[in-house]
Structures are given as C-alpha cells and as structure tokens.
Design a protein around this ligand. Structure first.
Ligand code: SAH
Ligand code: SF4
Ligand code: F3S
Length: 446
C-alpha cells in the first residue's frame, strides 16, 4: 500500500480538484495520510493568483523536504505547476512530478511513470477539451458538495493569471452534472455548490444546449437538495434569467457573488473587464428587485496601475450604493504573463495598504448595519459544527452568513451529540449581530 499526503491552497476550484485527485489516487490503491512524514508521495496543490501565494510554494516545498525526509516522491499540482512548468524541477530538485489542472485526467498514467521510477514527470498541456471528472471523488464534507460545471476561462482580465494556468473554457454536459447532483442527493448531501471560473458563460455541449440559468434551476429541482450556490459569476455574462431562476426556485440560495473589481469605469476599462460601472449597477438592480432577499458579495482590487484617488473614491461610493453583505479585497499584485505586466506597478505598497484599510473600514460599517437589521428575524441555519468555547452551534444561513446559536440541552443536561446535529437545518431567532457573524437561539416557533 502506498501512502500519500496532499496539501491544498487557492480557490474552491483547487479544493475540489484535490478531492478529485484524492479519489483518483485511492482508486489506484493509495491511502491518504495526514502528515508528510507518514507519506511515500507528498503532493502540493498550488495557487498563483497573487505573488504572496506563489512565494509560499517554494518555501513550503523546502519545508516538506525537511519534514518528510529523503526517499519520498514530491509532486506539485495546480496553478503554479502550470505557470512555472519544468522550471520547478530546477528550483526544487527534489520534486519529481509537476501537473497542471488541465492535465489531471492524465494523472493515472503519470503515476505509472513515477511508480516505474522516473524522476521528472510533467503533465502541462493546456490543449484539451476535457473537464476533469472522476468516478470516485473523495469529498471532505458529508453535507455540502462541490460540482464543477465549467473549467478554464476565456476572458482576459489584464491582471489575471487564470487563463494561463487553467486554459480555455470547457463546459460539462448537463446530463453529467445532473447525474452527479442526483447521486449526491441519494448519498445524503443537501447542499451543492456549482463551480467554475465564470459559471455564467456555461454552454451545455450536449444537444439539450442549456444555458447557466437552465442548468441552475434543474439542479435546484433535484429532490433532496435544499441549498444550491454557485461561484464565480462574471458581471458581463450575468443574465436576468439567473435572477428569475432564483425567484422561482426556493432551494437556490439567496446569495450571489458578483465580483466588480473597481467602481471606476476608467479602471474597469484598463482591467479589460468588459463592463462599465453603470452596466454593473444594472445587474445589481435586477438582484435587488428580486422578491427574495438576495445577499450580495464581491471582489475588489485596489492599486491597479493608473487607479487615481478619484477612481478609488468611486469604488468607495459603489460600496455605499450596493451595500454588500461581504467583500473580498486585495492589493494589486503584478503577475507573470498577464497583459497588465506592461503597465508597471507604480502605486507604492503603503498607498495600496492605505486604500485597502479605508475600503475595509467602510465595508465593516456597512456589514455591521446590515447584520444588525436581521436582529429579531428567524433564519434557517445549517449546522456545520460546535464551538466548545462559546457553547454555540456553528450554523450558516441561506444568505451565507455565519449564525452561531444555542440549542436547548438534553434532559441529562448535556448538548446533543455532534453527529445528531451537524448537517441538520434549524430555525434560529437572531439576537445579536457583529460585522462578520450573527448569534441567536433555536426558535421552535417560526
Ligand atoms: N473568476 C473569478 C476570479 C477568480 S480570482 C472572477 O472573474 O471573478 C479571485 C479574485 O482574486 C479576483 O476576483 C480578483 O479580485 C483577485 N485577483 C485576481 N488577480 C489578482 C491580482 N493580480 N492582484 C490582486 N488581486 C487579484
Ligand atoms: Fe481571471 Fe477575469 Fe477569468 Fe475571472 S474572468 S478568472 S478575473 S481572467
Ligand atoms: Fe489560485 Fe488557480 Fe484558483 S491561481 S485562485 S488556485 S484558479
């Protein structure tokens, strides 16, 4: 029996890729272990979205070498693998396997080469029609499952490495997606997250020819599935029929992540985002007009080359106008191969830091207000775990808010067992609100 260890960085796509890689390895008779020391094969699934993420990779590879000791096989997967390719063998000579995400279907044959003793094996082709599907995916969570519906990205946002690290768009046939959703429901999963770098440009390659909204609604109708989320949406391809699908289908969560990147049309143009501030706001208005109370979140980059103080203020104004429920915000980071490379990186780090801090402070106030407005309401919480320190169950609402709550103790005085609670849904009355989470108590009467 061969033992392997895997560590994962990056977005949900990477997390799910690792689940598929684990499934593929287990099919080949490998056993997963939870430390590099105990493993024969040490895998590292990497992210290169910002420079910091990439820097971590070589540092961690060195650490692995020390922790794991000699005589092991080291492999690098994911976006840094694709970006750096065989250069990784030079920078980290103990690595013998380098595989980009568009080549994971070749993993079994690459592993055969490794098993036969080859010391430099690479799978780096981006020229593929494949989406990476496995017969056996080893999912980490027993209640919430990821399903890939589209791989790669055909956009070319000026700052972004993804088109270079994951290749062009490939959509997966709708019947294959639905079959997986059905079997997940039968296995007891109740939440599904549809994944893609740009789910809105989904085009069903099968004769059914569905668009994203049609696929979304069909997944929402699978019996037993109570929650469906999707990520990520590109504003340019976000159509109103997605809002209609959410309106019609209870199981589609009232939560949409719609990355804006900047509130200034001039900056959006330099970023090659293919929409203006007004066009973005029109989509926000569709979402706000829904009869469901759809929570909104976004991604923002500060300090893109050419971003003036005035541009930045427009981003702040956008936050006030949209009133997002949460945001992910980043300092611009120059990336290899990207079109923005030629624009330089003239905004100093301290200035980027200043803008980021102002942005986050402004958003904190908005979140606090929005969360406080929910005090007194009853929300459905899916239990994810228990916090022994606070004595609260950790729950998540359809709007993707964290809602920690107390639940009446048993007759014996103890909390119900974890396995009875985790994965179940409870009505919870919200009693307190912070900027990042809510707290409440189980409410028997809705
Ligand atoms: N496909 C998704 C983006 C995935 S990357 C989309 O189009 O929305 C996640 C986020 O990382 C991006 O939305 C962007 O805000 C941020 N990001 C990407 N490249 C970056 C860079 N070079 N510097 C800083 N942030 C970046
Ligand atoms: Fe990157 Fe833009 Fe594609 Fe998103 S849409 S992955 S930001 S190139
Ligand atoms: Fe990172 Fe690759 Fe995802 S660069 S964010 S792991 S697509």
């Amino acid at each position: 029996m061969k033992r392997f260890y895997i560590e994962t960085f990056g977005c949900q796509m990477n997390v799910h890729d690792s689940e598929k890689v684990v499934g593929t390895l287990e099919r080949r008779g490998y056993e997963m272990v939870d430390s590099p020391e105990a493993a024969d094969l040490v895998l590292y699934n990497t992210c290169s979205i910002r420079d910091k993420a990439e820097q971590k990779v070589f540092h961690r590879l060195d650490q692995f070498k020390r922790e794991a000791g000699a005589g092991k096989i080291f492999g690098v997967l994911g976006c840094v693998a694709q970006q750096e390719g065989e250069r990784i063998f030079e920078r980290a000579p103990h690595v013998s396997l380098v595989v980009g995400s568009a080549s994971y279907t070749k993993l079994p044959e690459l592993l055969v080469q490794i098993e036969q003793g080859e010391t430099r094996v690479a799978g780096l082709s981006l020229d593929t029609e494949d989406t990476f599907e496995t017969e056996h995916t080893r999912r980490d969570n027993p209640h919430r499952a990821y399903i890939t519906i589209i791989e790669g990205c055909d956009k070319s946002c000026a700052y972004c490495v993804v088109p270079f690290t994951r290749g062009g768009e490939r959509s997966r046939a709708s019947d294959s997606v639905l079959t997986e959703a059905l079997s997940l429901a039968q296995a007891g999963y109740t939440e599904i997250q549809l994944l893609g770098q740009n789910v809105n440009s989904y085009r069903d390659p099968s004769p059914a020819g569905w668009n994203f909204a049609q696929l979304l609604e069909a997944v929402g109708r699978v019996e037993g599935i109570r929650r469906v989320r999707f990520t990520t949406s590109h504003p340019r391809d976000f159509t109103r029929d997605i809002v209609h699908a959410i309106d019609r289908t209870e199981s589609l969560c009232n939560q949409v992540h719609l990355p804006v990147q900047s509130g200034s049309t001039a900056v959006l143009q330099m970023m090659a985002r293919q929409y203006t501030r007004d066009e973005y706001m029109r989509r926000i208005q569709w979402l706000k007009a829904s009869k469901r109370d759809i929570a909104l979140s976004t991604d923002i980059i500060v300090g893109f080359p050419g971003e003036t103080e005035k541009d930045f203020e427009e981003t702040l104004r956008l936050l006030d106008e949209v009133e997002y429920d949460s945001i992910f915000s980043f300092k611009y980071s120059v990336r290899p191969n990207t079109p923005a490379l030629s624009l330089g990186d003239h905004i100093p780090e301290e200035e980027k830091g200043r803008r980021l801090a102002i942005l986050q402070e402004r958003q904190r106030g908005i979140q606090l207000r929005r969360n406080a407005a929910l005090i007194g309401t009853v929300q459905e919480a899916l239990v994810e775990g228990f916090n022994t320190k606070s004595g609260q169950w950790i729950g998540r609402t359809s709007q993707n808010r964290v809602l920690n709550f107390t639940y009446p103790e048993n007759e014996g005085g103890s909390q119900p067992a974890r396995r009875e609670m985790v994965g179940r849904y409870f009505p919870v009355r919200v009693t307190r609100a912070g900027p990042n989470s809510l707290a409440g108590e189980y409410s028997a009467v809705q």
